[in-house]
Each structure stands twice: as C-alpha cells, then as structure tokens.
Design a protein around this ligand. Sequence first.
Ligand code: SF4
Length: 63
Amino acid sequence: MIKIEVDMDLCQHYGQCVFEAPNLFKLNEDDKLEYHAEADDSEIENVEAAVDVCPMQAIRIVE
Ligand code: SF4
C-alpha cells in the first residue's frame, strides 16, 4: 500500500498529476484537486511520475 499526501496549501490545482496517475488524482467540478490518500502498490510508477511532474512539489509519498 502506498500512502500519498498532497500539501493543499502548495497545490495550485494545475492538474499535471491527473495525467500521470488518473486513478488517484482528479480535478472536481470546481477545478480543485481531489486525490486518494492510499493506493495499491501497482500504482507506484504513476505516483512517482506525479511527484516528479508537480510544479509545486506538493505531492509526497509517505514512507
Ligand atoms: S500537479 Fe501538483 S499543483 Fe498540480 S494539481 Fe497536482 S498536486 Fe496540485
């Protein structure tokens, strides 16, 4: 199990993470980010890609 945290004070809702891990991140109807705080291990590459692509460095994988 992967645990994910997004610092919502940093997140600017750009949505790049949504493209990298669409099973876990989405923009809601108000264009605000919503995400799953827990993900299956099979998502690790997508989560790491989302971490890398986030321009605000807002996404963290919790050890
Ligand atoms: S890429 Fe980063 S700043 Fe953009 S919505 Fe995702 S967490 Fe927020």
